[in-house]
Design a protein around this ligand. Structure first.
Ligand code: UDP
Length: 327
């Protein structure tokens, strides 16, 4: 181990990334951040910028040269940089595919040069419309047609996983792949479509709470601080290397019920309105009906999983307040 920094965090100015950086710094680690500030924001890491143990550069994971320079300076990599949010994925399909596939390819290529350990952030989107709930890491994935943009995100992330596993298999590169399930918490913006910050913002500002579809679709929400506990613990678990691991809560809630909980907990008078999918999204959009992780692999490896219940999560986000321009 020879890097100047303990960790390279790509996407470190984003929602999960900035929480991760704060945690690492609080634990006495040194952190180097590479972020192109496309969806990440400098304000998220403002409090860290003056620290000696923290360094930020604005740049893209699409530059192999930049990525090589960054990885050379760090002992381990947590690769979070990606195109995020349903809105972005639908409106910027080229950027989504290129950033997710090309960026991860660069990270893996550069990591291989010094055999640097890499954690790759993947997503529950990869399961697509599989109905085999709860989703197990080795279960089949079921994607829609290539004419529907939404699936390009799932497919690009699946390709990241294939590539990371291939680097592990063919070159022995130590990789850990995490599939995140609807990670939420303070500081998350609703700007790119994420449902919980949107609902809370709507409730707090007296606007209608917009439930898309009929509201019977379900999700499991996990608190970012607990997801970070899992990420860091997995990084320190040799048995996690070469594996794909779900990280999520198992508390399943319908989106309509989520709207009701937000309304009640915030004491809001906002009405809950049902917005049909064809008004909410461009034509041809397909939503996932149920999305629940099987966390047995996670628990087997590190003995913990995200456990905060949805009411606690909503309260924590309300306490923090919704960032400006959240929607
Ligand atoms: N959703 C909603 N109202 C909103 C935003 C999203 O009802 O204002 C729904 C969306 O259609 C989906 C769920 O909430 O069924 C979760 O959406 P999000 O974009 O947060 O994440 P996803 O799990 O779909 O990636």
């Amino acid at each position: 181990m020879s890097g100047q920094f303990d960790y390279l965090v790509t996407g470190g100015a984003g929602f999960i990334g900035s929480h991760l950086c704060e945690r690492l710094i609080a634990e006495g680690k040194s952190v180097f951040v590479l972020d192109d500030l496309s969806t990440g924001q400098i304000e998220n890491i403002e409090g860290l910028l003056s620290l000696k143990s923290f360094h930020f550069i604005e740049g893209s994971v699409l530059s192999l040269e930049t990525v090589e320079e960054c990885i050379n300076m760090c002992d381990e990599v947590i690769h979070l940089a990606a195109a995020v949010g349903v809105e972005n994925v639908i409106n910027k399909p080229v950027e989504t595919i290129e950033t997710n596939v090309g960026g991860t390819e660069n990270i893996l290529r550069a990591a291989r040069l010094n055999n640097t350990k890499v954690l790759i952030a993947s997503t529950s989107e990869v399961y697509g419309k599989s109905w085999k709930v709860p989703f197990k890491e080795d279960g089949d994935i079921v994607l829609g047609p290539t004419s529907r943009n939404r699936w390009s995100y799932a497919c690009s992330k699946a390709m990241d996983e294939f590539l990371a596993l291939a680097y592990n298999h063919s070159y022995g590169l130590p990789v850990v792949i995490c599939r995140f399930f609807n990670t939420v918490g303070p500081r998350q913006s609703g700007r790119y479509g994420m449902v919980l910050p949107r609902f809370i913002n709507q409730a707090l500002t007296g606007q209608p709470i917009t439930v898309f579809g009929n509201g019977t679709q379900t999700r499991c929400f996990s608190l970012v601080s607990e997801v970070i506990n899992c990420i860091l613990s997995l990084m320190n678990t040799p048995d996690a290397i070469g594996k794909v691991i779900n990280i999520g809560s198992t508390e399943e809630i319908t989106i309509l019920e989520l709207a009701r909980r937000v309304r009640e907990i915030s004491g809001s008078c906002s009405e809950i309105v049902i917005v049909p999918y064809d008004e909410a999204y461009p034509a041809g959009f397909e939503d996932m009906q149920r999305r629940v992780p099987d966390v047995s692999r996670l628990v087997e490896l590190i003995d913990i999983c995200p456990e905060a219940d949805i009411d606690t999560i909503i309260r924590k986000i309300i306490e923090y307040g919704i960032p400006e321009g959240a929607q």
